[in-house]
Ligand binder design. Structure first.
Ligand SMILES: [Zn+2]
Length: 372
């Protein structure tokens, strides 16, 4: 069954929907993928899967902006005052707010929602969490919200509302945002490619490494058809003339991650990360749909959680999809569908095509091979 479905969706990708020779639009591609997933998991609706795919796309876009920020910092040896991970988040936001399109809004919102969903339970915090070079996810969500609402209160106010940011905080964010975004603009300005100046620097190599069979195959195929890497390349090439060649790849990594590697330079989005985001947003959208249905019928309304609207809106304990997938250890997935059947997931993930990215020593501190 799965083989047939994969063949069908592959055929659609090759020929496009219908009999026209025009390339399928992103919406058509996502729709085709959603239809295959719903066939496999009848408990899910097309609407839920479609929304989850859209959120996944937006969320991994932000992650790529974050990795591009690491890449720019290292390739141009930009000064970083403070923690690089925080700086990379701020630079990603600075790049995204520079062009106030609906797509960029969706990307920023998905990133904030993603951090809020993954805020974790404070009761489970250990020293390792405090040592980590990343700020806590909820801090990252609030910091990004502050940068946004400080820059344009009207445009990004709805996000601050959802994050329940108090009014006095929003006022302070005006100056915080101005300083942070202006700072990055000033640092980047000498490196921005002037209009109509030909590029003479590093070349790009795009590499969609073959995904493993199963769900990651579908999602990997979707990224390829939607030209995910070409879009990342266009974003970088449209603004910068890099000093060195850069590989941009999607690949199986053996872990849920995305990263910038210094030598040789590469930005990599792992299929495991794409799958993890899709799984998370599917659970979230399923819970949201259930609550909307309960609100509509006012019959079996799920109880609000103690921490209020922000938590309940961002998922929290609303995993009702019946489709549970968890990472049991590095590179090991366990999952069951609504009937309790084990999902076919790759149990052995490899680094093929990625050389020694995982073996890179000194990960995490300057000057090292890559930053995630
Ligand atoms: Zn990072």
């Amino acid at each position: 069954m799965r083989r047939l479905l994969l063949a069908a969706v592959t055929a659609l990708f090759v020929s496009g929907p219908g009999t026209t020779s025009e390339a399928a639009t992103d919406d058509e591609i996502a729709r085709a993928v959603a239809e295959v997933i719903v066939e496999e998991f009848p408990d899910l609706t097309l609407d839920v899967v479609g929304r989850a795919l859209r959120k996944t796309w937006a969320s991994i876009q932000f992650i790529m902006y974050h990795e591009i920020a690491h890449m720019l910092i290292h390739e141009y040896q930009l000064p970083v005052l403070g923690w690089e991970e925080d700086a990379a988040d701020t630079l990603a936001v600075a790049m995204l707010v520079g062009n106030e399109t609906d797509e960029n809004y969706e990307t920023l919102y998905a990133a904030i929602q993603d951090w809020a969903i993954n805020r974790g339970d404070p009761a489970t915090l250990t020293d390792a969490h405090f040592y980590d070079e990343h700020s806590f996810n909820l801090q990252r969500a609030y910091h990004a919200t502050c940068l946004l609402v400080g820059r344009n209160g009207e445009r990004y106010g709805p996000i601050a509302d959802i994050m329940q940011m108090p009014d006095d905080r929003r006022e302070k964010c005006v100056h915080i945002s101005e300083r942070a975004l202006d700072g990055w603009r000033a640092v980047l300005k000498p490196h921005l490619l002037p209009r109509d100046v030909p590029r003479t620097g590093g070349a790009f190599a795009l590499n969609y490494v073959q995904p493993e069979p199963g769900m990651t195959y579908l999602l990997g195929q979707m990224l390829m058809e939607m030209k995910f890497l070409e879009k990342v390349e266009a974003l970088i090439a449209g603004n910068f003339d890099l000093p060195r060649d850069l590989q941009i790849a999607t690949a199986p990594c053996g872990t849920v991650n995305a990263f910038y590697r210094r030598d040789p330079p590469a930005i990599v989005m792992c299929y495991e990360m794409v799958f993890a985001k899709f799984s998370q947003f599917t659970n979230y959208e399923t819970g949201l749909a259930a609550r909307e249905e309960a609100d509509r019928t006012d019959a079996t309304k799920p109880p609000e959680t103690e921490t209020g609207a922000a938590q309940s809106r961002f998922g929290g304990a609303v995993d009702q999809s019946g489709w549970s997938i968890t990472v049991t250890s590095e590179g090991e997935w366990a999952g069951r569908d609504a009937s309790g059947n084990e999902l076919r997931m790759p149990s052995t993930l490899t680094t093929k095509g990625l050389d020694n990215a995982r073996r890179c020593p000194g990960r995490g501190t300057w000057p090292n091979c890559f930053s995630d």
